[in-house]
Design a protein around this ligand. Structure first.
Ligand SMILES: [Zn+2]
Length: 96
């Protein structure tokens, strides 16, 4: 969920995580209760293509709303057969 920034005229800025599009234009300050106007900030687009940022985002997202798995994944290709196709692995010792 995105963070929305608010500025209390008496204290300082604070941020609240609300569902997209559900942020109110004004919220009471958590410290003093003074109505605080929403601050409009630039969206954080610079790291959107980085795989590390995507991992962080998906981790945050799954904490709030876990991904739902509706069916088990496809069966493994080598179910019951050889685990590996490398012929050199046949020479490895086998468990008894
Ligand atoms: Zn305040």
């Amino acid at each position: 969920m995105p963070l929305y920034a608010y500025r209390c005229p008496d204290c300082s800025d604070f941020e609240i995580s609300v569902a997209m599009g559900k942020a109110a234009g004004s919220l009471p300050c958590p410290a003093c209760g003074t109505p605080s106007a929403r601050r409009f900030t630039a969206p954080n687009l610079s790291r959107a293509s980085s795989s590390a940022y995507r991992l962080i985002e998906s981790t945050k997202r799954s904490a709030a709303e876990p991904a739902v798995v509706r069916s088990p994944g496809p069966a493994p290709r080598n179910a019951g057969g050889n685990i590996t196709t490398n012929p050199l692995h046949r020479k490895l010792p086998r468990p008894d």
